[in-house]
Design a protein around this ligand. Sequence first.
Ligand code: SAM
Length: 281
Amino acid sequence: MHSTRPPAPLLAALLALLAALCCAPAAAQALHAPEIGQPGKDVVWVPTPERLIVRMLQMADTTSADLVVDLGSGDGRIPIAAAKRFGARGLGVEFDENLVQRSIRAAERAGVSDRVRFVRGDLFQADLSGATVVALYLSPDVMTRLRPRLEALRPGTRIVSHQFTLGDWEPDESMTVENRPAYLWVVPVRVEGAWRLVLGDDAYELRLQQTHQRLTGSAEFQGKHAPVFAARLRGEEIGFAFADRNGYPRAFSGTVAGDTMHGKALAYGQPESTWRAQRLP
Ligand SMILES: C[S@@+](CC[C@H](N)C(=O)[O-])C[C@H]1O[C@@H](n2cnc3c(N)ncnc32)[C@H](O)[C@@H]1O
């Protein structure tokens, strides 16, 4: 018997065309172009220029080992640049669903969907446990509210911010690109307290006070105290100096690992020596 039905492949093609025609305008409508200055939950959307993004990620020493988390990720450009230019993994947290969907599409177009993820959510609730770099372009008020969480990040985590600072937590580095400032903080390890520092045959009691990455204190040897100077932390890296038992200034550099530190000490005209320290109870 002769059939009037179109062959199956033709039918499938017709149905696909019909679906595309009826759904395309809806999808285009759902993903409208954002407008600079449009309201967001806590701050408006204003994108960071691409050139500044690259410089910020360079300032954070971003590599393929990093997870770059952008809090309030807008159209996704920071996590995408982190993946595309630095080989990092990226996570964007954004409250606006339209911006999230645009970010997902942009990551596909950039060919980095395998390394970048975008989630709709409130930046104050975001999971930062895996973050090694946190990117921010927010507002003074949001920076203040976020600060306790940023201070609690793992030592060595880098925080980069376009335009806004963290109050009296001074940045480790800053720069300006096209009149726009950007800042870097490296979350410092906690070293405040007393340490037994061994240098050669000598043992000093090192007492440190800490305000973020800045350190002050003193080193005591057999009842003689010398002030600690030029002392600073960058993540888990420490540097400080004091006059040794003979009155010679010594510059110490090293690494902090939990309740121990170790590194190299330099004194003018003397060979480099090693030192180590143990936290005192
Ligand atoms: C100034 S824009 C920065 C966008 C992007 N980080 C950049 O630098 O190009 C801030 C973004 O944060 C989003 N935002 C505001 N409040 C938020 C919140 N509570 N949680 C998540 N995203 C938020 C806004 O929708 C906007 O996209």
